[in-house]
Write a protein of this length. Sequence first.
Length: 181
Amino acid sequence: MKKFHKAPKRQQFAQFARGFTLIELVVGMMVIGIAIVMLTSMLLPQADRAAKTLHRVRSAELAHSVMNEIWGKRYDQQTNPNGGVPACDAPAGNTCSAVSALGNDGETRDTFNDVDDYDGLDQTANMLDSSQTYAQAYPNYQLNVSVTYLNSATKAQKLITVDVTTPANEVITYQAVRSNY
């Protein structure tokens, strides 16, 4: 039987004390370089998407605020302020505003009382019951509201369009239809 003999401690230490070769170092640096490139190519676009998402959320917040305010107003200047029948252009009701008469009827911003008063509202207008404008509350956002009849012959519905432009110049359009009831 063969006997294995132990190498002296000096030889054992010398076997484990050797360093990396130049090839191992170069391959290691390439692997680390590729990993860094992959991480940055995945993380940097995420930051850009996060900013766009924030802009879209703020845009929806602004449009929702304006739309809720509009939705709470009566359909037309000629509609009964307390609601109910008859609606304008109904057999026993008043005549609805003419297509050319859509828009502010001379009220101040705080006294808008019907849907089409908001036609032409933009970011320079004061917010409801405030001295602050939309531009001050939402810096770098633009707002444009338009109100039109969905069908100018029947005048039974108004299309409310709220366009919000984000700081990234993305125009987001929100629309609602208000019926004459």
